[in-house]
Design a protein around this ligand. Structure first.
Ligand SMILES: Nc1ncnc2c1ncn2[C@@H]1O[C@H](COP(=O)(O)OP(=O)(O)OP(=O)(O)O)[C@@H](O)[C@H]1O
Ligand SMILES: [Mg+2]
Length: 283
């Protein structure tokens, strides 16, 4: 499925300045808490009965999922089970056909201002980094803050350098993406998303295109981000990361949310046959 985005979409999707959101009451609900550290956290992402169709193919089937602020959710499932479609619906790279999606109290609907507000809160990192090849590493990161947030150039560059430090590659600032390893490129992509100061980060198989020796450096950055309090949804087959970092694992199959639980539940006592079969194939 297409992960290719126009430059405008890439900026938009990882966009923006932080407007305070008041409408959280509706989204505050009774989500089950999967980790003691999340007790008292508000609901950050609420999806209720979400359906998505591509023509007459149903890619998402009645998906309901509530995610707490600061929660780390790993989504698992076979190819074609709707994992990417689900997270792409959360910032409307795909439009859902039925059900509700509420991000930090803002309902995702036809209202373009709601969409803009949500895209200010949600950063996304893809399997295929999607960096701008003609821009330096530094410019890849400063572009969004300058264009979308109208941040002065020097300030944007200082922010970019700070983020490059955070992802461990400040020395790569002046190179072009093609001069970097895959792991380095993906860390630039993470820094670029963080430059927009999102409240939520969505990762769609961020290490699947990487050589094995580069996977850890990206997972380490993601782990640091998780520990910093970011709310994250991560589609990944990296079971070590899932076990160590996730508060909750969610298993999709054929567009449906089949089972969810703590890592311990999944690794010791999965309930559904489909979950057991999937885990037996990847563990
Ligand atoms: N734009 C599209 N047009 C038509 N069908 C699509 C489109 N995007 C996704 N699909 C279909 O929807 C289903 C779910 O796709 P999705 O990409 O969400 O799966 P996935 O779980 O992310 O799989 P993978 O692990 O291979 O990335 C697949 O059958 C896919 O072919
Ligand atoms: Mg996918």
């Amino acid at each position: 499925m297409p992960d290719e985005l126009s430059p405008a979409e890439i900026i938009a999707e990882s966009a923006g300045p932080k407007a305070a959101s008041s409408a959280t009451a509706e989204a505050n609900g009774d989500a089950e808490v999967y980790s003691p550290r999340l007790a008292g956290s508000k609901d950050m992402i609420v999806t209720e009965h979400v359906d998505k169709w591509f023509g007459d193919f149903q890619a998402l089937d009645d998906v309901s999922l509530r995610i707490k602020e600061h929660e780390i959710v790993v989504i698992l499932g076979p190819s074609g089970s709707g994992k990417s479609t689900y997270i792409r619906c959360l910032n409307r790279l795909e439009e859902h056909d039925a059900g509700r999606i509420v991000i930090d109290g803002i309902e995702l609907n036809e209202d373009v201002r709601a969409l803009a507000a949500i895209r200010e809160e949600v950063g996304m990192v893809f399997q295929q980094f999607n960096l701008f090849p003609h821009l330096s590493v530094l410019s890849n990161i400063t572009l969004g803050p300058q264009k979308v947030r109208h941040m002065p150039k020097l300030e944007a560059e200082a922010l970019a350098m700070q983020l490059l430090e955070r992802v461990g590659i400040p020395e790569q600032a002046d190179k072009f993406p093609s001069q970097l390893s895959g792991g380095q490129q993906q860390r630039v992509a993470i820094a670029r998303a963080l430059a927009m100061q999102p409240k939520i980060m969505l990762f769609d198989e961020p290490t699947s295109a990487l050589d094995p020796e580069m996977i850890k450096e990206v997972l380490d950055v993601m782990q640091e981000l998780a520990e910093s309090g970011m709310t994250m949804i991560v589609v990944t087959h990296e079971m070590g990361f899932a076990r160590e970092v996730a508060d909750r694992l969610v298993f999709f199959d054929e567009g449906a949310l089949v089972e969810q639980g703590t890592p311990e539940h999944f690794f010791t006592n999965p309930r559904e046959e489909r979950t057991k079969l999937f885990l037996s194939q990847i563990l």
